[in-house]
Design a binder for this molecule. Sequence first.
Ligand SMILES: Nc1ncnc2c1ncn2[C@@H]1O[C@H](COP(=O)(O)OP(=O)(O)OP(=O)(O)O)[C@@H](O)[C@H]1O
Length: 245
Amino acid sequence: MRPNVQSGPGIHVQDMSHNIGPRRILDRISLQLDAPRIGVIGRNGSGKSTLARLLAGLIEPSQGRVLIEGVDVCKDRRAAISTVGILFQNPEHQIIFPTVLEEICFGLRQLGRNKADARDAALATLTGFGKAHWLDASTETLSQGQKHLLCMMAVMAMRPRWLILDEPFAGLDIPTRMQLTRHLENCGVNLVHISHDPRDLAGYAQICWLDRGQIRAKGDADVLSAFETEMIHEGARDDLADLAG
Ligand SMILES: Nc1ncnc2c1ncn2[C@@H]1O[C@H](COP(=O)(O)OP(=O)(O)OP(=O)(O)O)[C@@H](O)[C@H]1O
């Protein structure tokens, strides 16, 4: 039986740093996260997307490690793909196959499911989202919102216990964003939602503030308020120095 998603040991980031070339992007991050809804807030360039990829095990940290439900997500890829999934801001970065069926089956095949089994599971997922008629659709004919939904279905078909959201709905219209968010919130997966916008994280129990590659604060909604206050203060300055890189 699958364990209750809320009772697992959660996410442990252990003294993790990440360098790109000579530059330190994330600096000695340690986190213990165990709420079903976790928000990570930070400015542009603070390291959010890098942290998202590290949490999903897609890149190897220069130092330290990430354990999710006890799985070292970088070292044990087979276990990691059934433990944690990720949705990117741009679905084009995720979709690689010409048809919806192939796209959803890919992850299931990586989990070791045979072809027929994977097809059945893909169809069951599509049916669950009311999209069984998409099975043989071409991925390139889907709208941006439909591509986001496909990515979500492909990840959910693998039934991960955790899902990392790297600002996946930033470019979508309000109804589409609300509908996709509602699906995610009702599907029983633990979320780590990464955003620069406090509105995305309203109501989240645990918030981490990432600032220039370090954890500036961790706590409840007060952290969001403190972030917002500082951002408004920063925005009032007539200066683009922070975007200098
Ligand atoms: N491949 C790369 N090569 C060099 N520098 C990089 C690379 N990827 C990221 N960086 C740098 O690392 C820092 C953190 O980038 P990251 O994309 O993780 O931040 P972010 O908080 O997600 O930013 P944004 O909100 O603007 O997307 C930035 O200064 C960025 O320029």
